[in-house]
Design a protein around this ligand. Structure first.
Ligand code: PMP
Length: 420
């Protein structure tokens, strides 16, 4: 193995400027919720690949399936061809996820990333309705390509890109930008006015908990009202479950308990099971008006992703899995509430759902400082929010309880250093 040192990254500047420097070390190995750097230092991972490692690093069950598949010369890449691995995933997804929830959706492979899924959803909604605009929400994050960026409410990401703003309209998100009832009234007024002359939007695109945008949680009642508005005005509801799907908030789909039925659902990140690139777009059967090849991408036929995804879904055959997520979520919340109670003079809010929780600070760069102090204690954490104001905890759903508790103790200690 060549000797790779951190200086290599710093000196060569071989990588386009990114935020990799926020963790100043070179990582080499990982298992479930732990990572090790080249010096053998151990870290607890509360970041989980930005939500793409819900089943942990190098999940043993999934690894075995992948290794066996490769050893048997299973097909790795097949574009749109029918393969055994793809059939297995489609069947498993239907049997384990859709059927028990009485959900009737067609499955599309839009390409390898979350952005690909969002793009396919936006394109389909525009094609089905013959309308142009899409409503999105303040602080939303849906991806980095021009279409998905157009529905992303983040000035920093948008600036300079020449995003076609005229195709999207940003709406206030739940209680974060006004009172819940007021934001619904605002949206309804916009739709009423649109219906009386301007053209109505094709779709609304929603994260039920805004991940990158700062762990902002939409209430069930707000989502229900939004969904009713969509029905009333013939607007398609797209739920972007790229980050909060696959159990991040507890149930497999983040919207399950809200009792809404999206027209289109975007999945990626942890659907690939092993950190492999994979995305699915689910659509109501009557929306399937794609012509063959109308939306595609070379790596939509990633069979290793299919194998990993199908095995990961087997976690959902056991009802206890969701209970374990909820148990871990409560532990995270308890620690965060403890920090809040200990420092009543620091303005902060604890928020989130399931195993995506955050502490939002009102002033300064406290979230960033806490994440740095966490790193010094061997804990990987990231900030979220348009001003990086939220310290976000998002470990693998499979994290061992003792590892979780140890990580939370490090977080509490880091908070003491910064806030005390
Ligand atoms: N939607 C949401 C909600 C996301 O969090 C992300 C990624 N952070 C995306 C879409 C884009 O996914 P990708 O980076 O895989 O293109």
């Amino acid at each position: 193995k060549p000797s790779i040192k951190l200086e290599l990254f710093e000196k060569l500047e071989s990588e386009v400027r990114s935020y990799c420097r926020s963790f100043p070390t070179v990582f080499s190995k990982a298992k479930n919720a732990k990572m090790w750097d080249l010096d053998g230092k151990e870290y607890i991972d509360f970041f989980a690949g930005a939500g793409s490692l819900n089943y942990g690093h190098n999940n043993e069950r999934i690894k075995q399936k992948l290794v066996n598949y490769i050893m048997e010369d299973g097909i790795t890449h097949s574009l749109d061809m029918a393969t055994e691995a793809k059939g297995h995933l489609l069947n498993t997804f239907h049997e384990v996820i859709l059927k028990p929830r009485k959900m009737d959706y067609k499955v599309m492979f839009p390409g390898p990333t979350g952005t690909n899924s969002v793009e396919s959803a936006l394109k389909l909604a525009r094609k089905v309705t013959g309308r142009e605009t899409v409503l999105s929400f303040t602080n939303a994050f849906h991806g980095m390509t021009l279409g998905s960026l157009a529905v992303t409410g983040n000035k920093f990401k948008r600036q300079g890109a020449g995003v076609p703003l005229h195709h999207t309209v940003s709406m206030p998100f739940c209680r974060y930008h006004g009172d819940e009832a007021d934001t619904i009234a605002y949206i309804e007024k916009y739709l009423e006015d649109s219906g009386s002359g301007l053209s109505l939007p094709a779709a609304m695109i929603l994260e039920t908990v805004q991940g990158e945008g700062g762990v902002n949680v939409a209430s069930f009642s707000w989502m229900k009202k939004l969904s009713e508005l969509c029905k009333k005005y013939g607007i398609l509801l797209i739920v972007d479950d790229v980050q909060v799907g696959c159990g991040r908030t507890g149930p497999f789909f983040s919207f399950e308990e809200a009792g809404i039925e999206p027209d289109i659902i975007c999945l990626s990140k942890s659907i690939g099971g092993y950190g492999l690139p994979l995305a699915l777009t689910l659509l109501k059967p009557e929306l399937d008006i794609w012509e063959p090849g109308e939306h595609n991408g070379t790596f939509r036929g990633n069979n290793l992703g299919f194998i990993a995804a199908a095995e990961a879904l087997s976690y959902w055959e056991e009802a206890s899995f969701q209970k374990e997520i909820e148990k871990r979520g409560s532990l995270i919340e308890e620690t965060m509430n403890g920090i809040q109670q200990k420092y009543p003079n620091v303005a902060m809010e604890v928020r989130g759902k399931g195993m995506m929780m955050g502490i939002a600070f009102e002033e300064g760069d406290l979230a960033g400082e806490i994440c740095k102090a966490c790193f010094d204690r061997g804990l990987i954490m990231e900030t979220a929010g348009t001003d990086s104001e939220v310290a976000k905890v998002m470990p693998a759903l499979t994290i061992e309880i003792d590892v979780l508790k140890e990580g939370l103790a490090r977080l509490a200690d880091a908070a003491d250093q910064v806030l005390g």
